[in-house]
Design a binder for this molecule. Structure first.
Ligand SMILES: Nc1ncnc2c1ncn2[C@@H]1O[C@H](COP(=O)(O)OP(=O)(O)OP(=O)(O)O)[C@@H](O)[C@H]1O
Ligand SMILES: [Zn+2]
Ligand SMILES: [Zn+2]
Length: 802
């Protein structure tokens, strides 16, 4: 008797374990570890993952597996054990982790049907719904006015029953292929024997005789100018056969990508390459931190390391931040490795993502370039993992499971005994600290490959501008430089380090700000729709004509969004052609690429945007970068705000003067003396690192300590504080002496969706049992959580203190 251990698709703490199911006769030897199955669970049928198959005598209680969804396992043994590691580290449910590892379409959807069991008469409205059907979707019942009590009565009496279905969301795409079933000579004979008026058939057969191979039916019809009937007619004569062939959606198929070849490495690059190569040659599991200034040729090092991995028949994962997954970046990998590359990012449709995933699963590719979740690519023979821009916070998932791709990378590399390369011009403090302690191996590139000096950075003190009577958002030096570029036909990048819609509405008389009624946050003004919206709960309202507080009609819009800058540019430099890039203009699929293409084709003089333009772009004609407000990130109450400011300024400066033309950078600020602005302007990472480390030490923040953030969100305000207080108490009693437990403190946004939010923060150096303690806390409050009165989120090594 074979018993399967199954993790079921019921995300709750009470079902966070494996359940035993019998493998019925017909599935013996078919069902394996790592496959998805359908199992009965209470009254429902649900999807589950098989995590093990064992021999055993079944207790009579064990139910049978109903069906199996996969032909081959979708999760390898390695990924199954990795999932256990991730759920332990992030205190997440096993099912949530397993589903995170797979493309969206492999998650099942469930439907609930109401089934008619007897001939008994039902209330009129139900009779009308059923009409002549045996079963109806429960959704339809929900939309009607029929009360659940009536339905329940009929269920109890056995006239109706409820049944659950699992619907697979898999969408495979097929194309119809046409194959001649005869030789060319036989085809010629067939053509001769056709009646005179069958000219279409003749055309088609001639084409097939000339191109003796299978062909897509659609293409055949097009090229021979024939119709479906013609194909059908000759198929019936047995001259050709048609069959359906599965096709992979390839989002890049219509693009020609110029092939590239390995460059001769510069001396610095060669020096950095050597230890990586050594580690590859000897299958050493080692983590490298490649610290190279922007334009120093880090990508070429990645490419050549991957080349070696491919030649050894192994595989490579390359992670890049979502934002950098521009065609420019993707093309560099496709240009070198062609069809060996799969690409995974949020810009793909779910079908496309599934197809890219399957290329990896079927071992048709050896490289994946992707965003965070590509770290779970089902490769079985990994030779290297590369994380570009390793300091980027997008590598940390903000939702369950709250994993960091860097940690997962290091865990996978240990399993595969292969190196990890973390690359950045501005390494995270955590990584650089590890490199300083030789936990990681530090590799440094100090020069740009073209030996251009780094662009000169000028800091402009905006207070002086105000004093001199300049109230515009562009300083005098920036205006002068922009004019100059426009005259010379060169291009400009303007960074506004804020989202386009951060405008809020305030009364000038009493200072009243329009806030969301459900969250403690100002509503933001959307110019396109002329409405006020909440970012947290999507509440919407129109803009009030008069102040709701004092009835004044002096309503004003505050905040400088990209839209406002765009308007100011139009006013002050009307001749400049501007492309604006922010969340609003890049929402539609492909718009990001389109805007960048237009800019590279010099259809605009100025590229104005948010963070999304700071990274990875490489335009030869950009000689001026302007940062409109370097301080806006500094004032975010977050211990990483200086680090982020330094990183952003360095990154955006790196966009200028990457080719022959030298570049310049202008940074506008109200705090020119701040060390992150000062050190960024002279590209001094080492001194920034030293200064920032001293701050982190003084205030006890990472990398000196680890953090755990627990957030309680409760519908009852007093209870929110009480629960958090209890948690603080429970932890304080149990942790080591030098560990600090802080709280209860209101969250930065103290109320979201009518729930009050309080936090407890743990700062620790060594707490080997912390995950266990936190697990107990989750259990302790499981009642309230299950009743959905409260949410408890635990974020280990948090990036956003929300
Ligand atoms: N050995 C080399 N010889 C000549 N050119 C090179 C060499 N290595 C890289 N380059 C070129 O130098 C430019 C910068 O390199 P690359 O983009 O790889 O740098 P990077 O360090 O990844 O930069 P960033 O961090 O700004 O993205 C590219 O145009 C690249 O083709
Ligand atoms: Zn007012
Ligand atoms: Zn809200």
């Amino acid at each position: 008797m074979n018993i399967a251990s199954v993790i079921v698709d019921v995300p709750s703490s009470s079902t966070n374990q494996t359940f035993d199911y019998c493998i019925p006769e017909q599935f013996q030897g078919v069902i394996q570890k790592g496959m998805r199955v359908i199992v009965p669970f209470g009254p429902r049928k649900i999807m589950g993952f098989v995590t093990g198959v064992k021999d055993g005598t079944s207790l009579s209680k064990v139910k049978d597996i109903i069906d199996v969804l996969d032909i081959t396992p979708v999760l390898t043994d390695e990924l199954l054990s990795l999932s256990r590691w991730v759920s332990e580290k992030t205190l997440s449910l096993s099912i949530t982790v397993l589903q995170t590892m797979l493309p969206q379409v492999l998650k099942s959807q469930y439907s609930k049907d109401l089934v008619r069991e007897t001939e008994a008469e039902l209330p009129d409205e139900l009779e009308a719904l059923f009409a002549s059907r045996e079963s109806i979707d429960f959704d339809e019942v929900g939309k009607s006015t029929i009360s659940y009590r009536i339905i329940k009565n009929h269920i109890d009496s056995g006239d109706l029953s409820v049944s659950y279905h699992v619907q697979s969301r898999i969408t495979k795409k097929y194309q119809t292929m046409v194959v001649p079933s005869k030789s060319p000579i036989q085809l010629e004979e067939e053509i001769m024997s056709l009646p005179k008026n069958a000219s279409k058939q003749k055309q088609l057969l001639t084409y097939l005789a000339d191109n003796q191979s299978e062909i897509d039916k659609k293409q055949l019809l097009q090229e021979t100018n024939t119709s479906v009937q013609t194909v059908k007619a000759i198929e019936e004569k047995g001259i050709i056969k048609t069959y359906k062939k599965e096709v992979f959606r390839d989002p890049y198929k219509d693009q020609y990508i110029e092939p590239t070849f390995p460059l001769n490495l510069t001396k610095e690059q060669a020096q950095a390459m050597e230890p990586i190569k050594y580690s590859l040659d000897n299958h050493i599991n080692e983590t490298f931190l490649l610290h190279g200034v922007t334009g120093s040729g880090k990508t070429e090092i990645y490419l050549q390391a991957i080349q070696q991995v491919i030649e050894e028949g192994k595989e490579a994962i390359v992670l890049v931040p979502e934002i950098s997954l521009t065609p420019q970046m993707v093309n560099r990998f496709k240009g070198r490795f062609g069809s060996k590359v799969a690409v995974m990012h949020s810009g793909l449709s779910s079908g496309e993502k599934y197809d890219e995933w399957r290329k990896i699963h079927r071992q048709e590719v050896q490289v994946v370039v992707g965003a965070r979740s590509a770290i779970f690519a089902p490769f079985e023979n990994l030779g290297i993992i590369i994380i570009d821009e390793e300091h980027e916070t997008t590598y940390k998932q903000e939702d369950q499971p709250r994993y960091h791709a860097r940690d997962v990378a290091i865990e996978r590399a240990a399993y595969h005994q292969c190196p990890v390369v973390l690359g950045s011009a501005t390494p995270s403090l955590e990584s650089f600290a590890r490199a300083s302690k030789n936990v990681y191996t530090l590799l440094t590139l100090q020069e740009r490959t073209n030996h251009q000096t780094m662009p000169k950075v000028e800091i402009v003190d905006m207070r002086n501008e105000l004093h001199a009577g300049n109230r515009s958002m562009f300083s005098r030096p920036l205006m002068e430089q922009m004019d100059e570029r426009l005259r010379r036909g060169e291009q400009i990048v303007l960074l506004l380090n804020r989202r386009g819609y951060s405008t809020f509405v305030m009364c000038r008389d009493c200072g009243h700000v329009c806030e969301c009624p459900h969250c403690d946050i100002a509503l933001t003004y959307h110019k396109n729709t002329q409405r006020l919206k909440c970012h947290y709960c999507s509440y919407e309202q129109s803009v009030p004509q008069t102040c709701p507080e004092c009835e004044s009609d002096l309503i004003r819009y505050f905040g400088t969004g990209t839209q406002k800058v765009e308007e100011a540019l139009a006013k002050q430099i009307p001749e400049a052609r501007v492309i604006r890039m922010d969340v609003d203009t890049t929402r539609r699929k492909g718009s990001h690429e389109k805007l960048l293409r237009q800019f590279s084709e010099k259809k605009a003089d100025i590229l104005l945007g948010t963070q999304m333009i700071a990274k990875g772009l490489d335009f030869a004609n950009v000689t001026l970068v302007g940062v409109l407000s370097a301080d806006s990130m500094l004032h975010i109450p977050d211990f990483r705000s200086s680090e982020r400011t330094f990183q952003l300024l360095t990154q955006v400066s790196g966009r200028a003067g990457r080719h022959e033309l030298p570049g310049e950078v202008i940074v506008q600020t109200y705090t020119p003396e701040h060390y992150s602005i000062e050190f960024a302007s002279v590209y001094d990472y080492d001194n920034f690192y030293r200064k920032e480390m001293a701050m982190r030490k003084a205030f006890q923040y990472p990398p000196y300590v680890f953090l755990g953030l627990i957030t309680v969100a409760h519908e009852n305000h007093a209870r929110a504080i009480q629960v958090t207080q209890e948690i603080v108490q429970m932890l304080s009693n149990i942790v080591e002496e030098r560990t600090t437990v802080l709280g209860p403190t209101p969250s930065p946004v103290p109320r979201i969706k009518d729930r009050y939010r309080y936090q407890c923060m743990i700062k620790y150096k060594n707490e080997p049992n912390l995950h266990e303690y936190l697990g107990h806390i989750q259990d302790h409050f499981s009642d309230e959580i299950r009743k959905q009165q409260m949410q408890l989120t635990i974020d280990m090594q948090p990036y956003y203190m929300m």
